[in-house]
Write a protein that binds this ligand. Structure first.
Ligand SMILES: [Fe+2]
Length: 290
């Protein structure tokens, strides 16, 4: 089994529990999904102001994105928008936070932290990426090279295409196993009119903005008893899709900013949703401007 399915989870409703490992009190987590492919998962960690902890290494690789607050790791101060990738077994720290911190963490194996000044044996230290300031990374038109993988046709040209508007900053893209971590943005008023399905895991954490997903259902379930219509999500909500989950159309009124996890690059396959215009305009008609 791959990632567990979540169709718009409000992460704040997840139980706050102690983060496992040799930590001082004051660091907790909300587990938001699990990945049975590797024993890993996704979580938000919440750290109390003034917390500190000695150096150590983790049993899992970690993609860390600071949502708010500050976290100093060694000589590097991470603030909102900073990203690090710390491979399994690499010793890092010591840690401290002045004002507290909330961070999104994608971990690649069962999670445990062991205090140590040294790396664990056989670590891949060259994969370490500490404290990328993501605002320095330019946006890319991530979809322009993927049009051959879509069945959606541009109504003006009749050619296979992808609706304009999706921009990305690739933070990590490993090939074996393939995992892609990216920040993704759709500007205000974007409508992606089809429904999409992937042969891979896809997870999205909504950092800011709003998003509407018209339909979500499992392709294998022909009766579509699990079909959800009109999911509205906002800041700190989360979507997690194992292979085969149809989703769309996607609409945003004020724009949307995501942190995303793909287990196998991006291979979307489109299907038409004839009623996409009615669904999109119904969402816009309920938009709140203040
Ligand atoms: Fe998708």
């Amino acid at each position: 089994m791959p990632v567990s399915r979540e169709d718009g989870l409000d992460v704040s409703t997840r139980k706050l529990e102690v983060l496992s490992g040799e930590f001082e009190p004051g660091i907790n987590r909300r587990l938001i999904s699990t990945n049975t492919d590797n024993g890993g998962g996704h979580m938000v960690i919440e750290i109390q102001a003034g917390w500190s902890n000695p150096k150590g290494y983790c049993s899992a690789s970690q993609d860390i994105y600071v949502l708010e607050g500050d976290l100093t790791v060694g000589n590097e101060k991470m603030i909102s928008g900073c990203y690090s990738f710390i491979p399994q077994g690499v010793s890092y720290g010591p840690f401290k936070t002045e004002n507290g911190c909330r961070a999104l963490v994608f971990f690649g194996a069962p999670y445990n932290f062991i205090r140590s000044d040294n790396h664990a044996p056989n670590t891949e230290i060259d994969r370490l990426r500490m404290n990328l300031k993501t605002w320095d990374i330019p946006w890319e038109d991530a979809m322009k090279d993927m049009v051959e993988k879509t069945t959606w046709k541009n109504p003006e040209t009749g050619e296979p295409d992808r609706p304009a508007g999706t921009l990305a900053k690739i933070l990590r893209w490993d090939k074996d196993p393939e995992e892609q971590i990216a920040l993704v943005h759709q500007p205000p008023g974007t409508i992606d009119p089809g429904t999409e399905v992937h042969p891979h895991n896809e997870c999205l954490y909504l950092i800011s903005g709003d998003c509407y997903i018209g339909y979500t259902y499992d392709n294998k379930n022909r009766k579509m008893e699990d079909r959800k219509i009109g999911i509205t999500i906002k800041k700190d909500h989360y979507l997690s899709r194992p292979p085969g989950i149809f989703h769309g159309p996607l609409v945003t009124h004020g724009g949307v900013y995501w942190m995303t996890y793909m287990s196998d690059g991006y291979h979307g396959i489109f299907h038409d949703v004839p009623e996409w215009r009615e669904m999109s305009e119904d969402y816009f008609s309920k938009a709140i401007y203040r």
